[in-house]
Write a protein that binds this ligand. Structure first.
Ligand code: GTP
Ligand code: MG
Length: 198
């Protein structure tokens, strides 16, 4: 699939404010700083469409991007940001839960996991939470350019093993680097297939 045009269409705090659910959409979520905004920029081939930052917790709203008038990308605020207050965390939970449960056109949620580390408890909890609610998701391993190839394989196998303690089978998975545009074709192809099923 090729992308011709991408427009930022807005940021909202509540699911009911989001654009009309009349085309397929794809959300990106994961720990704060895992690389969600960078991945959206890489997929759309735009340098600074989604705001990238070294400060965790940069994205705080549901950020919508329209791709070729045909589908939406949604950049979601990350979880696991240590310095966040309980009040903010509760707000995040309400926002995300409502969004993931209510958007009828949400074809897949991409859960980003940092390929440099073992599976974190908070990632496992989030993935299991999606599973309990039967929300379709895929896993994206990020920042693989920061590791040697063999180490990437070792880490990803370790993460898979950890997940398989809870899951009988794993969802679709993508190995990526936003820095080097690794995994771009695979994810766009996957989205294209789902768009055809909408
Ligand atoms: P929040 O919105 O704060 O939750 O963060 P985010 O998940 O959107 O992460 P973001 O895309 O802002 O990236 C965080 C940092 O990681 C930035 O400094 C990026 O440049 C860096 N980064 C993201 N993806 C990659 C990657 O594939 N390779 C490398 N080397 N750095 C990356
Ligand atoms: Mg972000």
């Amino acid at each position: 699939m090729t992308i011709k045009n991408v427009d930022f269409i807005g940021s909202w705090e509540h699911e009911h404010q989001c654009p009309k659910a009349d085309k397929p959409e794809y959300a990106f979520i994961g720990r704060s700083n895992v690389g969600k905004s960078s991945l959206i920029n890489m997929l759309t081939n735009r340098k600074s469409l989604a705001r990238v930052s070294n400060t965790p917790g940069k994205t705080q709203t549901l950020n919508y991007f329209d791709v070729d008038g045909a589908w939406f990308l949604v950049d979601l605020p990350g979880y696991g940001y240590a310095k966040i207050s309980k009040k903010m965390r509760d707000k995040w939970e309400r926002m995300i839960e409502k969004f993931l449960m209510e958007r009828r056109n949400l074809m897949c949620t991409f859960v980003l996991i940092d390929s440099r580390h073992d599976l974190q408890q908070i990632d496992l909890e989030f993935i299991n939470w999606l599973g309990l609610r039967a929300i379709p998701f895929a896993i994206v391993y990020t920042k693989t350019d920061k590791l040697a190839k063999t180490q990437v394989e070792i880490n990803i196998n370790q993460i898979r093993t950890s997940l398989l303690e809870y899951w009988e089978e794993l969802p679709d998975q993508f190995v990526t680097s936003s820095e080097k545009a690794v995994g771009r074709e695979e994810i766009l192809h996957f989205i294209g297939d789902l768009n055809n099923k909408y």
